[in-house]
Ligand binder design. Structure first.
Ligand code: NI
Length: 204
């Protein structure tokens, strides 16, 4: 107990001395102050080279996965498909982008075949391993090839969905376990908020 108290006191003194000498230390990096998104160059499921700029002017729903994913990815794509239906005409303002984290396997024709099982507005994106690594880094997406118990190759990956403004600004994260209705609600809420966001941005 005494040792703990002493250490705490020492830490407090150190903190006090440190803060006397300089400005308060920067807050620790947390998920809340990470930035998401940015410039990317990838290849869409038709084989065309695209950049983030190709989707300017539309909201973007960005998520990562791979076509051999046994459970989470197909469920997420199905959720997105139903959520887009729920959104009705508002869905036309949203571009869903499914970025593979298994580019060695998920070449454009593989992706094209896969996304054809879901809403036709979903675009599959692939690229070189470097392009995919760069895109994943922009969204702080973790992915790693692992061997399953049965010996099959799997890719562990972050399954969060990122909702981006028409100018590419990150607006919200949507958990993959969200129901289609919840996903549609979150998207609609962000779209409805937008006029205010633009007003704020215009002010000095
Ligand atoms: Ni997956």
């Amino acid at each position: 107990m005494a040792a703990v108290a002493l250490l705490t006191f020492a830490a407090a003194v150190f903190w006090w001395q440190a803060s006397e000498r300089s400005a308060p230390p920067a807050p620790a990096v947390s998920a809340s102050n990470l930035s998401f998104g940015g410039r990317f160059t990838l290849i869409d499921h038709s084989g065309k080279t695209v950049t983030d700029r190709d989707y300017d002017g539309r909201y973007k729903l960005v998520f990562f996965g791979f076509t051999n994913c046994p459970a989470v990815c197909p469920t997420t794509l199905q959720t997105v498909t139903v959520a887009l239906e729920e959104l009705g005409s508002a869905a036309d303002r949203v571009q869903p982008l499914f970025i593979t984290i298994d580019p060695e396997h998920d070449k454009p024709p593989v992706l094209a075949e896969y996304v054809s099982n879901f809403d036709r507005r979903i675009v599959g994106l692939t690229g070189t391993t470097q392009q995919i690594a760069a895109a994943a880094k922009l969204f702080h997406v973790y992915y790693k090839k692992v061997r399953d118990k049965d010996g099959s190759e799997q890719v562990e990956h972050t399954a969060t969905l990122y909702f981006m403004a028409p100018d590419g600004t990150h607006l919200a994260q949507i958990p993959p376990e969200a129901s289609p209705r919840k996903m549609a609600e979150l998207i609609r809420m962000e779209i409805d908020k937008m006029p205010h966001a633009q007003t704020n941005k215009a002010q000095p």
